[in-house]
Design a protein around this ligand. Sequence first.
Ligand code: C5P
Length: 235
Amino acid sequence: MQRDVIIACDFKSAEDTFRFLDLFRDEARKPFLKIGMELFYAEGPAIVREIKRRGHRIFLDLKLHDIPNTVKKAMAVLSRLDVDMCNVHAAGTVEMMRAALEGLTRPDGTRPLLIAVTQLTSTSEERMRRELLIDAPIDRTIVHYARNTREAGLDGVVCSPLEAGMVHEACGAGFLTVTPGVRFADGDVADQVRVTTPARAREIGSDFIVVGRPITAAADPVAAYRRCVAEFAGE
Ligand code: C5P
């Protein structure tokens, strides 16, 4: 599996998205993009098809979490959109993750990569205990959810880059870690708390880093993207 940088396209409309993507028109390397709920709910499947048509790989970040049958059917629809990666919540259980995988697999046996969210980085250990009645430390919960994800046959998890090492230790080097919370050493942290640099994420073993504002809000987004790829993928 090739290490890569995924740009989080957290834009509110197709217009804003394509204004941004036009900057990359002459790039030989078409960036891998993450489309989240805001853009997908605003523009629907049409924006996925158009971005695919422009030659980008797509991580469709919709974090499905429902009964197994519903998730299986929804995944079958997403699979026909020809995205490259999509995700579910590991909290939906091993049975739900297996159903997701089944729904995602096309009649010819091919499918997008499927990864699971362990605990959202916005959930603190204190809230987990008080509101979700989970008494285990957050690190143990994350590794446990990652093991469930592997048991269900998925390809990997979304986690903090700081957790990528322990996930690989528990689930194997081939189990993917897709990690947001990345900032340049000289950059603005904004609302992220547990952050690290692209170079450090590489050292810890992230397979994909998801980078939003350090690229989308940069004065020169193409230069910021190239710097990120150089630091993370060593190109
Ligand atoms: O702008 P920034 O680099 O913080 O964007 C990170 C992206 O990764 C956003 O789309 C955010 O929603 C997403 N994300 C995250 N932390 C998670 C899961 C997803 O920051 N645990």
